[in-house]
Ligand binder design. Structure first.
Ligand code: NAD
Length: 272
């Protein structure tokens, strides 16, 4: 009997034939680690909507409020652990000849799960950059790991101006390199997994469509249908933390261990 999620043998076999796999993730992947998504009910903080805090206008109006929210989120992530979905995605990295993970998440949980090369489309909450354009830290984000922050809002160690989180806020463009790389990946992959994203924040949301248009098999994994569901090859409905480990296990079943290299160092191999 096929599983309720829709992860059929045929689909697993088609995914297994890919030699260039791309994965695009969103906030839903970290939800099972206890990191709130933006659009769920848990996206509310002190009665402010996350989407209203993640803007330059909000920062300009009240940097203390915006940094307090980031400090809260950073503490939450610092206490969180990667979940089975993060780990399964990390396992896929060495299982395909070419593999690229692109994430809209800023929490760093993919790297903590063992993913080595992550294209961060929206930056990282663990870095900050200066808001004073002539400063060296305006162009070069600096690591900001301390949690909780000693000073809110924090100031630039080089020039004393306000620091801002090194994340892409609503209305801002994504970093040029990440943008270019993600489009090249979308155009050249032969399969793409789109996991835990509401697929409404562009340009990330257009990547599955670019991949589909270029002939790739595109499979979405989400707890609910999204605006791209009708445009992709399959939507697997369910929690990423349930579906992704099952997908990896079924890929091994279909392909056999000899077909695939072992997973990366420092973690227990699950594909061999
Ligand atoms: P979103 O909040 O708009 O959507 C989350 C999606 O995940 C929804 O479609 C929801 O149905 C799905 N989902 C929820 N739980 C799931 C689960 N357990 N398994 C599978 N799917 C699940 O998130 P988005 O599309 O990533 O866009 C929001 C923006 O906010 C992004 O730009 C991102 O940078 C930022 N953000 C980042 C984080 C993070 O780093 N963890 C968290 C919230 C928001």
């Amino acid at each position: 009997m096929e599983p309720a999620s829709g992860l059929t043998r045929g689909l697993v076999e088609r995914l297994g034939k890919a030699s260039n796999l791309a994965v695009l993730t969103g906030a839903g992947v970290s939800q099972e680690s206890g990191v709130p998504t933006f659009r769920g009910e848990d996206g509310l903080w002190r009665e402010c909507r996350a989407e209203e805090l993640a803007t330059w206008q909000a920062f300009e109006t009240d940097p203390h409020l915006v940094w307090s929210w980031y400090d809260y989120r950073r503490q939450l992530v610092a206490d969180a652990e990667p979940n089975p979905a993060h780990r399964a995605i990390a396992d896929l990295e060495s299982a395909f000849p070419e593999f690229t993970l692109m994430t809209q998440n800023t929490d760093g949980l993919h790297s903590r799960a063992g993913s080595r090369a992550v294209v961060e489309l929206h930056g990282s909450i663990w870095r900050a950059r200066c808001t004073h354009e002539p400063c060296v830290n305006w162009r070069n984000p600096c690591e900001l790991r301390e949690s909780p922050l000693r000073e809110i809002p924090p100031h630039c160690p080089a020039c004393g101006a306000l620091l801002r989180p090194d994340v892409v806020w609503y209305g801002e463009p994504i970093p040029v390199k990440a943008y270019e790389r993600s489009h090249v990946v979308a155009m050249n992959c032969d399969a793409m997994l789109v996991i835990g994203t509401s697929a409404i924040v562009h340009p990330a949301a257009s990547l599955p469509l670019v991949a589909r248009h270029s002939g790739a098999l595109v499979v979405e994994i989400n707890t609910t249908y999204t605006p791209i569901s009708a445009l992709v090859d399959a939507t697997l409905l369910g929690r990423a933390g349930d579906i992704m480990p099952e997908l990896v296990a079924r890929l091994v079943d279909v392909l056999g261990p000899a077909e695939r290299p072992t997973v990366g160092p420092a973690r227990k191999p699950t594909l061999a």
